[in-house]
Ligand binder design. Sequence first.
Ligand code: GAP
Length: 553
Amino acid sequence: MAFIVKKKIHGKEYFYLNKTERAEKKVVSKCLAYLGKTEKEANKKAKEILKGMEEKNEMGSEADTKKVDLVFKDISIEELGIFCKRRGFVYPSGEIYGGLAGFWDFGSLGAELKNNIKKAWWDFHVRQRRDIAGIDGAIITHPKVWEASGHIESFSDLFVVCKKCKKPGKIDKNELGKARCECGGEYEEKTAKEFKLMFETNVGESGKAYLRPETAQLIFANFKFVYENQRMKLPFGIAQAGKAFRNEIAPRDFLFRSREFEQMEIEYFIKKGENCPYEIPDAELLIYSAEAQEKNEEPIKMNIKNALKRGLIKLDWHAYWLATEFLWFVNLGADSGKFRIRQHKKDELAHYSQDCWDLEYRFPFGWKELEGIADRGDYDLRRHEEFSKKDLKIFDEESKEKIRPFVVAEPSLGVERAFLVFMFDSYFYDNKRENIVLRLNPRLSPIKAAIFPIVKQPKFEKIAEDIFKELSKEWNVLYDSSGSIGRRYARNDEVGTPYCITIDGDSLKNRDVTIRERDTTKQIRVKITELRNIVRKLIDGEIEFEKAGKLVK
Ligand code: GAP
Protein backbone atom coordinates (compact mmCIF):
# COMPACT_ATOMS: atom_id res chain seq x y z
CA MET A 1 0.00 0.00 0.00
CA ALA A 2 1.29 3.49 -0.86
CA PHE A 3 0.80 6.61 1.23
CA ILE A 4 2.16 10.11 1.62
CA VAL A 5 4.49 10.93 4.49
CA LYS A 6 5.15 14.47 5.70
CA LYS A 7 8.53 15.05 7.35
CA LYS A 8 9.68 18.14 9.17
CA ILE A 9 13.40 18.72 8.69
CA HIS A 10 14.93 21.82 10.35
CA GLY A 11 11.43 23.32 10.60
CA LYS A 12 10.58 22.85 6.89
CA GLU A 13 8.03 20.38 5.53
CA TYR A 14 8.84 17.80 2.87
CA PHE A 15 6.51 15.19 1.39
CA TYR A 16 7.45 11.68 0.31
CA LEU A 17 5.65 8.75 -1.27
CA ASN A 18 6.17 5.63 0.81
CA LYS A 19 5.02 2.08 0.35
CA THR A 20 4.50 -0.65 2.93
CA GLU A 21 5.51 -4.17 2.08
CA ARG A 22 5.34 -7.42 3.98
CA ALA A 23 8.72 -9.12 4.30
CA GLU A 24 9.41 -12.12 6.52
CA LYS A 25 6.20 -11.57 8.53
CA LYS A 26 7.10 -7.92 9.12
CA VAL A 27 5.62 -4.83 7.57
CA VAL A 28 8.37 -2.52 6.33
CA SER A 29 8.07 1.00 4.93
CA LYS A 30 10.02 1.99 1.76
CA CYS A 31 10.40 5.46 0.26
CA LEU A 32 9.35 5.49 -3.42
CA ALA A 33 9.74 9.15 -4.34
CA TYR A 34 10.17 12.72 -3.12
CA LEU A 35 6.95 14.67 -3.73
CA GLY A 36 7.78 18.31 -2.98
CA LYS A 37 7.10 20.82 -0.24
CA THR A 38 3.32 21.30 -0.23
CA GLU A 39 0.46 18.86 0.40
CA LYS A 40 -1.30 19.86 -2.83
CA GLU A 41 1.79 19.35 -4.98
CA ALA A 42 2.46 16.04 -3.18
CA ASN A 43 -1.06 14.68 -3.79
CA LYS A 44 -0.86 15.54 -7.49
CA LYS A 45 2.61 14.11 -7.98
CA ALA A 46 1.79 10.93 -6.04
CA LYS A 47 -1.26 10.22 -8.20
CA GLU A 48 0.84 10.65 -11.37
CA ILE A 49 3.60 8.38 -10.08
CA LEU A 50 1.18 5.67 -8.99
CA LYS A 51 -0.73 5.84 -12.26
CA GLY A 52 2.54 5.40 -14.18
CA MET A 53 3.54 2.48 -11.96
CA GLU A 54 0.11 0.91 -12.33
CA GLU A 55 0.36 1.10 -16.12
CA LYS A 56 3.71 -0.66 -15.87
CA ASN A 57 2.06 -3.04 -13.37
CA GLU A 58 4.63 -2.20 -10.66
CA MET A 59 2.11 -1.43 -7.93
CA GLY A 60 -0.55 -4.06 -8.33
CA SER A 61 -4.21 -3.21 -8.00
CA GLU A 62 -6.21 -0.04 -8.59
CA ALA A 63 -6.94 0.22 -4.87
CA ASP A 64 -3.37 1.39 -4.33
CA THR A 65 -3.99 4.56 -6.34
CA LYS A 66 -6.80 5.51 -3.96
CA LYS A 67 -4.49 5.26 -0.98
CA VAL A 68 -2.47 8.35 -1.85
CA ASP A 69 -5.17 10.14 0.11
CA LEU A 70 -3.76 8.71 3.35
CA VAL A 71 -1.34 11.36 4.65
CA PHE A 72 0.85 11.20 7.74
CA LYS A 73 0.12 14.13 10.08
CA ASP A 74 2.88 15.68 12.13
CA ILE A 75 0.91 16.84 15.18
CA SER A 76 2.11 18.69 18.26
CA ILE A 77 2.11 17.19 21.75
CA GLU A 78 -0.81 19.48 22.67
CA GLU A 79 -2.83 18.23 19.67
CA LEU A 80 -2.09 14.65 20.65
CA GLY A 81 -3.27 15.39 24.22
CA ILE A 82 -6.54 16.81 22.89
CA PHE A 83 -7.06 13.82 20.58
CA CYS A 84 -6.34 11.37 23.42
CA LYS A 85 -8.92 13.06 25.65
CA ARG A 86 -11.55 13.31 22.91
CA ARG A 87 -11.26 9.64 21.96
CA GLY A 88 -11.02 8.23 25.48
CA PHE A 89 -7.32 7.35 25.60
CA VAL A 90 -6.07 9.66 28.38
CA TYR A 91 -7.66 12.19 30.75
CA PRO A 92 -5.97 14.66 33.11
CA SER A 93 -6.31 12.96 36.51
CA GLY A 94 -9.05 14.42 38.70
CA GLU A 95 -10.06 16.82 35.96
CA ILE A 96 -13.51 17.49 37.44
CA TYR A 97 -11.60 19.16 40.31
CA GLY A 98 -9.21 21.01 38.02
CA GLY A 99 -6.65 18.21 37.49
CA LEU A 100 -3.35 17.55 39.27
CA ALA A 101 -0.16 18.39 37.35
CA GLY A 102 1.87 15.34 36.37
CA PHE A 103 -0.89 12.75 36.90
CA TRP A 104 -2.96 11.12 34.18
CA ASP A 105 -5.84 8.64 34.01
CA PHE A 106 -6.05 6.21 31.12
CA GLY A 107 -9.51 5.79 29.59
CA SER A 108 -10.85 2.54 28.14
CA LEU A 109 -8.82 2.73 24.94
CA GLY A 110 -5.71 4.11 26.62
CA ALA A 111 -5.76 1.32 29.21
CA GLU A 112 -5.98 -1.28 26.41
CA LEU A 113 -3.17 0.35 24.40
CA LYS A 114 -0.93 0.66 27.47
CA ASN A 115 -1.56 -2.99 28.40
CA ASN A 116 -0.82 -4.07 24.82
CA ILE A 117 2.50 -2.16 24.85
CA LYS A 118 3.45 -3.78 28.17
CA LYS A 119 2.41 -7.21 26.90
CA ALA A 120 4.41 -6.79 23.66
CA TRP A 121 7.42 -5.72 25.76
CA TRP A 122 7.09 -8.58 28.26
CA ASP A 123 6.52 -11.21 25.54
CA PHE A 124 9.57 -10.08 23.58
CA HIS A 125 11.95 -9.42 26.48
CA VAL A 126 10.90 -12.05 29.02
CA ARG A 127 8.72 -14.88 27.68
CA GLN A 128 10.51 -15.33 24.37
CA ARG A 129 13.99 -15.36 25.94
CA ARG A 130 15.50 -18.10 28.05
CA ASP A 131 18.09 -15.74 29.59
CA ILE A 132 15.65 -13.25 31.18
CA ALA A 133 13.31 -13.83 34.13
CA GLY A 134 10.60 -11.42 35.25
CA ILE A 135 9.53 -10.19 38.70
CA ASP A 136 6.88 -7.87 40.13
CA GLY A 137 8.18 -6.06 43.21
CA ALA A 138 6.40 -3.85 45.74
CA ILE A 139 5.86 -0.14 45.22
CA ILE A 140 6.78 0.59 48.83
CA THR A 141 9.71 -1.38 50.11
CA HIS A 142 12.21 -1.26 52.94
CA PRO A 143 13.67 2.30 53.11
CA LYS A 144 17.18 0.79 53.37
CA VAL A 145 16.85 -0.19 49.71
CA TRP A 146 16.86 3.52 48.81
CA GLU A 147 19.67 4.28 51.20
CA ALA A 148 21.81 1.57 49.62
CA SER A 149 20.97 2.67 46.09
CA GLY A 150 21.99 6.25 46.85
CA HIS A 151 18.54 7.68 46.10
CA ILE A 152 17.94 9.12 49.59
CA GLU A 153 21.22 10.98 49.47
CA SER A 154 21.32 12.17 45.90
CA PHE A 155 18.13 11.60 43.89
CA SER A 156 17.33 15.26 43.39
CA ASP A 157 17.20 18.01 40.79
CA LEU A 158 17.88 21.70 41.01
CA PHE A 159 14.82 23.94 41.18
CA VAL A 160 15.56 27.06 39.13
CA VAL A 161 13.68 30.13 37.93
CA CYS A 162 14.23 31.71 34.52
CA LYS A 163 15.55 35.28 34.69
CA LYS A 164 13.63 36.20 31.51
CA CYS A 165 10.19 34.53 31.61
CA LYS A 166 10.20 33.88 35.40
CA LYS A 167 8.93 30.32 34.87
CA PRO A 168 10.21 27.64 37.28
CA GLY A 169 12.22 24.79 35.77
CA LYS A 170 14.36 21.81 36.74
CA ILE A 171 17.89 21.07 35.72
CA ASP A 172 20.45 18.42 36.61
CA LYS A 173 23.00 19.50 39.17
CA ASN A 174 25.79 19.51 36.55
CA GLU A 175 23.81 21.85 34.29
CA LEU A 176 23.90 24.94 36.53
CA GLY A 177 25.31 27.87 34.55
CA LYS A 178 24.96 25.93 31.27
CA ALA A 179 21.28 25.00 30.81
CA ARG A 180 18.85 27.54 29.38
CA CYS A 181 15.10 27.87 29.69
CA GLU A 182 12.88 27.03 26.67
CA CYS A 183 12.42 30.78 26.12
CA GLY A 184 16.20 31.14 25.74
CA GLY A 185 16.64 32.90 29.09
CA GLU A 186 19.31 32.10 31.67
CA TYR A 187 18.43 30.55 35.02
CA GLU A 188 18.93 32.51 38.24
CA GLU A 189 21.87 30.82 40.03
CA LYS A 190 21.48 32.46 43.44
CA THR A 191 17.99 31.09 44.04
CA ALA A 192 18.68 27.57 42.70
CA LYS A 193 17.83 24.98 45.36
CA GLU A 194 18.00 21.22 45.67
CA PHE A 195 14.65 19.43 45.32
CA LYS A 196 14.28 15.80 46.43
CA LEU A 197 12.41 13.70 43.88
CA MET A 198 11.17 10.77 45.98
CA PHE A 199 7.60 10.85 47.34
CA GLU A 200 7.51 10.14 51.05
CA THR A 201 4.83 8.20 52.92
CA ASN A 202 4.33 6.50 56.27
CA VAL A 203 4.03 2.81 56.95
CA GLY A 204 1.99 1.96 60.06
CA GLU A 205 3.73 3.13 63.20
CA SER A 206 7.17 2.22 61.96
CA GLY A 207 7.89 5.45 60.17
CA LYS A 208 8.97 7.00 56.94
CA ALA A 209 8.99 5.12 53.64
CA TYR A 210 9.13 6.03 49.96
CA LEU A 211 7.18 5.29 46.79
CA ARG A 212 9.69 3.68 44.44
CA PRO A 213 11.25 6.14 41.97
CA GLU A 214 12.34 3.29 39.66
CA THR A 215 11.61 -0.42 39.39
CA ALA A 216 15.30 -1.36 39.06
CA GLN A 217 16.23 -1.51 42.75
CA LEU A 218 13.68 -4.24 43.45
CA ILE A 219 15.56 -6.34 40.89
CA PHE A 220 18.84 -5.92 42.79
CA ALA A 221 17.20 -6.57 46.15
CA ASN A 222 15.73 -9.85 44.81
CA PHE A 223 18.73 -10.76 42.67
CA LYS A 224 19.93 -13.76 44.67
CA PHE A 225 16.43 -15.28 45.03
CA VAL A 226 15.68 -15.07 41.32
CA TYR A 227 19.12 -16.38 40.42
CA GLU A 228 18.62 -19.43 42.62
CA ASN A 229 14.90 -20.11 42.03
CA GLN A 230 15.06 -19.74 38.27
CA ARG A 231 18.45 -21.52 38.06
CA MET A 232 19.88 -18.72 35.91
CA LYS A 233 23.36 -18.85 34.37
CA LEU A 234 25.46 -15.82 33.49
CA PRO A 235 24.92 -13.88 31.31
CA PHE A 236 21.30 -13.30 32.29
CA GLY A 237 18.79 -10.58 32.95
CA ILE A 238 15.98 -9.84 35.38
CA ALA A 239 13.08 -7.72 34.16
CA GLN A 240 10.33 -5.76 35.81
CA ALA A 241 7.50 -3.57 34.54
CA GLY A 242 5.44 -1.37 36.81
CA LYS A 243 4.72 1.97 38.43
CA ALA A 244 7.35 4.50 39.43
CA PHE A 245 6.85 7.85 41.14
CA ARG A 246 8.93 11.03 40.98
CA ASN A 247 8.01 14.38 42.42
CA GLU A 248 9.13 16.15 39.24
CA ILE A 249 9.63 19.90 39.65
CA ALA A 250 8.22 20.68 36.22
CA PRO A 251 6.04 17.91 34.78
CA ARG A 252 5.38 18.77 31.13
CA ASP A 253 4.69 17.71 27.58
CA PHE A 254 1.60 15.62 28.31
CA LEU A 255 2.71 12.10 29.31
CA PHE A 256 6.39 12.74 28.57
CA ARG A 257 7.35 13.86 32.05
CA SER A 258 4.84 12.91 34.72
CA ARG A 259 4.97 12.30 38.44
CA GLU A 260 3.39 8.84 38.26
CA PHE A 261 4.43 6.68 35.33
CA GLU A 262 5.43 3.13 34.45
CA GLN A 263 8.80 1.67 33.59
CA MET A 264 9.87 -1.50 31.81
CA GLU A 265 13.39 -2.29 32.96
CA ILE A 266 15.98 -5.01 32.62
CA GLU A 267 19.17 -5.43 34.62
CA TYR A 268 21.46 -7.54 32.47
CA PHE A 269 24.18 -9.29 34.50
CA ILE A 270 27.46 -10.63 33.13
CA LYS A 271 30.75 -11.90 34.45
CA LYS A 272 33.08 -8.87 34.35
CA GLY A 273 34.72 -8.58 30.91
CA GLU A 274 32.55 -11.26 29.29
CA ASN A 275 31.73 -10.65 25.61
CA CYS A 276 28.24 -10.63 24.12
CA PRO A 277 27.48 -14.11 22.69
CA TYR A 278 24.49 -12.91 20.64
CA GLU A 279 24.52 -11.73 17.07
CA ILE A 280 24.10 -7.97 16.90
CA PRO A 281 20.99 -7.23 14.83
CA ASP A 282 21.26 -5.09 11.70
CA ALA A 283 20.05 -1.63 12.58
CA GLU A 284 20.82 1.58 10.75
CA LEU A 285 20.19 4.83 12.58
CA LEU A 286 21.73 8.16 13.60
CA ILE A 287 24.64 7.73 16.01
CA TYR A 288 25.68 10.65 18.19
CA SER A 289 28.88 9.96 20.09
CA ALA A 290 30.01 12.01 23.10
CA GLU A 291 32.98 13.19 21.02
CA ALA A 292 30.75 14.46 18.20
CA GLN A 293 28.61 16.36 20.72
CA GLU A 294 31.66 17.92 22.35
CA LYS A 295 32.96 19.04 18.94
CA ASN A 296 29.52 20.37 17.98
CA GLU A 297 29.31 17.94 15.07
CA GLU A 298 26.15 16.36 13.65
CA PRO A 299 25.21 12.71 14.39
CA ILE A 300 26.04 10.26 11.60
CA LYS A 301 23.82 7.60 10.08
CA MET A 302 25.44 4.21 10.34
CA ASN A 303 24.77 0.54 10.95
CA ILE A 304 25.28 -0.21 14.65
CA LYS A 305 27.54 -3.12 13.69
CA ASN A 306 29.83 -0.66 11.85
CA ALA A 307 29.76 1.75 14.76
CA LEU A 308 31.02 -1.08 16.97
CA LYS A 309 33.73 -2.04 14.45
CA ARG A 310 34.89 1.58 14.19
CA GLY A 311 35.02 1.95 17.98
CA LEU A 312 32.23 4.55 18.20
CA ILE A 313 30.40 2.13 20.44
CA LYS A 314 32.91 0.52 22.76
CA LEU A 315 30.98 -2.42 24.17
CA ASP A 316 29.43 -5.18 22.04
CA TRP A 317 26.73 -5.47 24.74
CA HIS A 318 25.66 -1.87 24.19
CA ALA A 319 25.54 -2.34 20.41
CA TYR A 320 23.42 -5.46 20.96
CA TRP A 321 20.91 -3.82 23.32
CA LEU A 322 20.66 -0.55 21.40
CA ALA A 323 19.91 -2.41 18.15
CA THR A 324 17.48 -4.78 19.88
CA GLU A 325 15.53 -1.96 21.53
CA PHE A 326 15.42 0.17 18.37
CA LEU A 327 14.09 -2.78 16.35
CA TRP A 328 11.47 -3.57 18.99
CA PHE A 329 9.96 -0.15 18.30
CA VAL A 330 10.32 -0.36 14.51
CA ASN A 331 8.80 -3.83 14.28
CA LEU A 332 5.77 -2.52 16.16
CA GLY A 333 5.26 0.27 13.64
CA ALA A 334 7.43 3.17 14.86
CA ASP A 335 9.12 5.33 12.21
CA SER A 336 12.80 4.27 12.08
CA GLY A 337 13.77 7.73 10.75
CA LYS A 338 12.82 9.39 14.05
CA PHE A 339 15.29 7.47 16.24
CA ARG A 340 18.92 8.07 17.15
CA ILE A 341 21.30 6.82 19.80
CA ARG A 342 23.22 9.32 21.88
CA GLN A 343 26.17 8.63 24.14
CA HIS A 344 26.26 10.42 27.48
CA LYS A 345 29.00 13.02 27.76
CA LYS A 346 31.47 12.64 30.65
CA ASP A 347 29.66 15.18 32.85
CA GLU A 348 26.36 13.31 32.41
CA LEU A 349 27.71 9.95 33.59
CA ALA A 350 26.93 8.65 37.09
CA HIS A 351 30.13 8.12 39.09
CA TYR A 352 29.79 4.29 38.87
CA SER A 353 29.05 4.23 35.13
CA GLN A 354 31.73 3.73 32.50
CA ASP A 355 29.45 4.36 29.55
CA CYS A 356 25.80 5.10 28.88
CA TRP A 357 23.76 5.45 25.71
CA ASP A 358 20.22 6.70 25.27
CA LEU A 359 17.81 5.64 22.58
CA GLU A 360 16.29 8.98 21.60
CA TYR A 361 13.21 9.88 19.57
CA ARG A 362 12.45 13.06 17.64
CA PHE A 363 9.37 14.32 19.55
CA PRO A 364 7.66 17.46 18.21
CA PHE A 365 9.46 19.31 21.06
CA GLY A 366 12.92 17.99 20.09
CA TRP A 367 15.17 14.95 20.46
CA LYS A 368 14.46 13.39 23.86
CA GLU A 369 15.37 10.29 25.84
CA LEU A 370 13.10 7.35 25.27
CA GLU A 371 15.18 4.63 26.86
CA GLY A 372 18.48 4.63 28.74
CA ILE A 373 20.99 1.81 28.32
CA ALA A 374 23.43 2.33 31.19
CA ASP A 375 26.42 0.34 32.32
CA ARG A 376 26.15 0.21 36.14
CA GLY A 377 29.10 -2.10 36.91
CA ASP A 378 28.72 -3.90 40.25
CA TYR A 379 27.69 -0.69 42.07
CA ASP A 380 24.17 -1.77 43.06
CA LEU A 381 24.92 -5.32 44.20
CA ARG A 382 27.97 -4.09 46.10
CA ARG A 383 25.96 -1.38 47.88
CA HIS A 384 23.15 -3.81 48.78
CA GLU A 385 25.77 -6.20 50.17
CA GLU A 386 27.23 -3.40 52.29
CA PHE A 387 23.87 -2.21 53.63
CA SER A 388 22.15 -5.59 54.12
CA LYS A 389 25.27 -7.47 55.21
CA LYS A 390 24.09 -10.33 52.97
CA ASP A 391 26.32 -12.09 50.47
CA LEU A 392 24.95 -11.43 46.99
CA LYS A 393 27.81 -13.10 45.14
CA ILE A 394 27.30 -16.22 43.06
CA PHE A 395 29.49 -19.23 42.41
CA ASP A 396 31.40 -19.18 39.11
CA GLU A 397 31.91 -22.73 37.78
CA GLU A 398 34.81 -21.68 35.55
CA SER A 399 37.05 -20.00 38.12
CA LYS A 400 35.57 -21.99 41.05
CA GLU A 401 35.25 -18.69 42.87
CA LYS A 402 32.45 -16.53 44.14
CA ILE A 403 31.93 -13.48 41.95
CA ARG A 404 29.76 -10.39 42.01
CA PRO A 405 28.17 -10.01 38.56
CA PHE A 406 28.34 -6.71 36.64
CA VAL A 407 25.38 -4.96 35.08
CA VAL A 408 26.67 -4.23 31.60
CA ALA A 409 23.37 -2.84 30.33
CA GLU A 410 20.22 -1.58 31.98
CA PRO A 411 17.63 -1.08 29.22
CA SER A 412 15.11 1.17 30.98
CA LEU A 413 12.06 2.42 29.11
CA GLY A 414 9.04 4.48 30.17
CA VAL A 415 5.71 2.95 29.11
CA GLU A 416 4.12 6.38 28.57
CA ARG A 417 6.99 7.51 26.32
CA ALA A 418 6.51 4.37 24.20
CA PHE A 419 2.76 5.18 24.17
CA LEU A 420 3.53 8.63 22.72
CA VAL A 421 5.84 7.20 20.03
CA PHE A 422 3.25 4.70 18.78
CA MET A 423 0.50 7.34 18.80
CA PHE A 424 2.58 9.94 16.94
CA ASP A 425 3.80 7.49 14.30
CA SER A 426 0.36 6.09 13.53
CA TYR A 427 -1.52 9.38 13.22
CA PHE A 428 -2.64 9.64 9.56
CA TYR A 429 -5.44 11.53 7.85
CA ASP A 430 -7.37 10.23 4.84
CA ASN A 431 -8.44 13.05 2.53
CA LYS A 432 -10.98 10.88 0.78
CA ARG A 433 -12.53 9.35 3.89
CA GLU A 434 -12.14 12.72 5.65
CA ASN A 435 -11.23 11.15 8.93
CA ILE A 436 -8.19 10.29 11.02
CA VAL A 437 -6.82 6.81 10.46
CA LEU A 438 -4.78 5.64 13.45
CA ARG A 439 -2.50 3.11 11.80
CA LEU A 440 -1.45 1.27 14.97
CA ASN A 441 0.12 -2.13 14.58
CA PRO A 442 -2.82 -4.56 15.12
CA ARG A 443 -0.96 -6.10 18.07
CA LEU A 444 -1.13 -2.73 19.82
CA SER A 445 -4.60 -1.64 18.69
CA PRO A 446 -6.95 -1.18 21.68
CA ILE A 447 -9.82 -2.80 19.75
CA LYS A 448 -8.82 -5.67 17.51
CA ALA A 449 -12.08 -5.96 15.62
CA ALA A 450 -15.42 -4.14 15.47
CA ILE A 451 -18.50 -6.22 14.75
CA PHE A 452 -21.41 -4.64 12.88
CA PRO A 453 -24.85 -6.09 12.14
CA ILE A 454 -25.65 -4.24 8.92
CA VAL A 455 -28.99 -3.05 10.32
CA LYS A 456 -30.64 -3.39 13.73
CA GLN A 457 -32.69 -6.53 13.07
CA PRO A 458 -32.65 -9.67 15.22
CA LYS A 459 -31.55 -11.93 12.33
CA PHE A 460 -28.31 -9.90 11.89
CA GLU A 461 -27.88 -9.03 15.56
CA LYS A 462 -28.00 -12.69 16.64
CA ILE A 463 -25.07 -13.63 14.36
CA ALA A 464 -23.15 -10.47 15.41
CA GLU A 465 -23.66 -11.27 19.10
CA ASP A 466 -22.40 -14.84 18.61
CA ILE A 467 -19.31 -13.52 16.80
CA PHE A 468 -18.75 -10.97 19.61
CA LYS A 469 -18.91 -13.79 22.19
CA GLU A 470 -16.46 -15.92 20.25
CA LEU A 471 -13.86 -13.21 19.50
CA SER A 472 -14.06 -11.56 22.92
CA LYS A 473 -12.71 -14.79 24.47
CA GLU A 474 -9.36 -13.80 23.00
CA TRP A 475 -9.34 -10.02 22.36
CA ASN A 476 -10.94 -6.71 23.18
CA VAL A 477 -13.56 -6.42 20.40
CA LEU A 478 -16.42 -4.01 19.91
CA TYR A 479 -20.09 -4.58 19.09
CA ASP A 480 -21.47 -1.55 17.27
CA SER A 481 -24.93 -1.35 15.71
CA SER A 482 -25.59 2.40 15.76
CA GLY A 483 -25.31 4.78 12.80
CA SER A 484 -24.47 4.16 9.17
CA ILE A 485 -21.77 1.66 8.28
CA GLY A 486 -19.67 4.62 7.04
CA ARG A 487 -19.87 6.33 10.45
CA ARG A 488 -19.04 3.08 12.19
CA TYR A 489 -15.97 2.63 9.96
CA ALA A 490 -14.87 6.21 10.62
CA ARG A 491 -15.22 5.86 14.42
CA ASN A 492 -13.08 2.75 14.34
CA ASP A 493 -10.47 4.12 11.91
CA GLU A 494 -9.90 6.98 14.34
CA VAL A 495 -9.09 4.71 17.26
CA GLY A 496 -6.97 2.27 15.25
CA THR A 497 -9.29 -0.76 14.97
CA PRO A 498 -7.58 -2.77 12.22
CA TYR A 499 -10.57 -4.92 11.19
CA CYS A 500 -14.31 -4.27 10.89
CA ILE A 501 -16.58 -7.29 10.48
CA THR A 502 -20.02 -6.80 8.90
CA ILE A 503 -22.92 -9.23 9.01
CA ASP A 504 -25.14 -8.62 5.96
CA GLY A 505 -27.82 -10.31 3.83
CA ASP A 506 -25.33 -12.77 2.32
CA SER A 507 -24.23 -13.82 5.81
CA LEU A 508 -27.72 -15.28 6.40
CA LYS A 509 -27.48 -17.46 3.30
CA ASN A 510 -23.77 -18.32 3.21
CA ARG A 511 -22.74 -18.17 6.90
CA ASP A 512 -19.96 -15.76 6.00
CA VAL A 513 -19.05 -12.12 6.78
CA THR A 514 -16.97 -9.32 5.31
CA ILE A 515 -13.78 -8.15 6.98
CA ARG A 516 -12.69 -4.64 6.04
CA GLU A 517 -9.07 -3.61 6.51
CA ARG A 518 -8.50 -0.19 8.14
CA ASP A 519 -5.52 1.01 6.07
CA THR A 520 -6.56 -0.04 2.56
CA THR A 521 -10.36 -0.22 3.05
CA LYS A 522 -10.22 -3.46 1.04
CA GLN A 523 -12.72 -6.14 1.99
CA ILE A 524 -12.67 -9.92 2.00
CA ARG A 525 -15.36 -12.50 2.74
CA VAL A 526 -14.63 -15.34 5.15
CA LYS A 527 -16.64 -18.19 6.63
CA ILE A 528 -17.86 -17.55 10.20
CA THR A 529 -16.42 -20.89 11.33
CA GLU A 530 -12.92 -19.74 10.23
CA LEU A 531 -13.23 -16.16 11.47
CA ARG A 532 -11.41 -16.42 14.82
CA ASN A 533 -8.50 -18.25 13.28
CA ILE A 534 -8.20 -15.78 10.41
CA VAL A 535 -8.39 -12.73 12.70
CA ARG A 536 -5.62 -14.25 14.85
CA LYS A 537 -3.38 -14.77 11.81
CA LEU A 538 -4.07 -11.22 10.60
CA ILE A 539 -3.22 -9.69 13.99
CA ASP A 540 -0.04 -11.73 14.27
CA GLY A 541 0.99 -10.77 10.70
CA GLU A 542 1.05 -14.41 9.61
CA ILE A 543 -1.14 -13.93 6.56
CA GLU A 544 -1.65 -11.19 3.96
CA PHE A 545 -5.07 -9.60 4.08
CA GLU A 546 -5.95 -10.30 0.45
CA LYS A 547 -4.99 -13.94 0.83
CA ALA A 548 -7.02 -14.43 4.01
CA GLY A 549 -10.38 -14.69 2.19
CA LYS A 550 -12.24 -13.96 -1.02
CA LEU A 551 -11.53 -10.39 -2.16
CA VAL A 552 -14.69 -8.31 -2.59
CA LYS A 553 -14.48 -6.36 -5.86
N1 GAP B 1 16.69 2.62 36.50
C1 GAP B 1 17.17 3.64 35.63
C2 GAP B 1 16.24 4.76 35.48
O1 GAP B 1 15.22 4.85 36.13
P1 GAP B 1 15.91 6.98 34.15
O2 GAP B 1 16.66 7.51 32.96
O3 GAP B 1 15.76 7.88 35.32
O4 GAP B 1 16.67 5.65 34.55
C3 GAP B 1 14.36 5.47 32.71
O5 GAP B 1 14.48 6.48 33.68
C4 GAP B 1 13.22 5.77 31.77
O6 GAP B 1 12.00 6.00 32.50
C5 GAP B 1 13.40 7.04 30.92
O7 GAP B 1 14.18 6.79 29.77
C6 GAP B 1 11.96 7.37 30.57
O8 GAP B 1 11.52 6.60 29.46
C7 GAP B 1 11.20 6.95 31.82
N2 GAP B 1 10.98 8.12 32.71
C8 GAP B 1 11.82 8.63 33.61
N3 GAP B 1 11.27 9.67 34.25
C9 GAP B 1 10.03 9.82 33.74
C10 GAP B 1 8.94 10.73 33.99
N4 GAP B 1 9.02 11.67 34.92
N5 GAP B 1 7.80 10.59 33.26
C11 GAP B 1 7.69 9.62 32.32
N6 GAP B 1 8.68 8.74 32.05
C12 GAP B 1 9.83 8.83 32.74
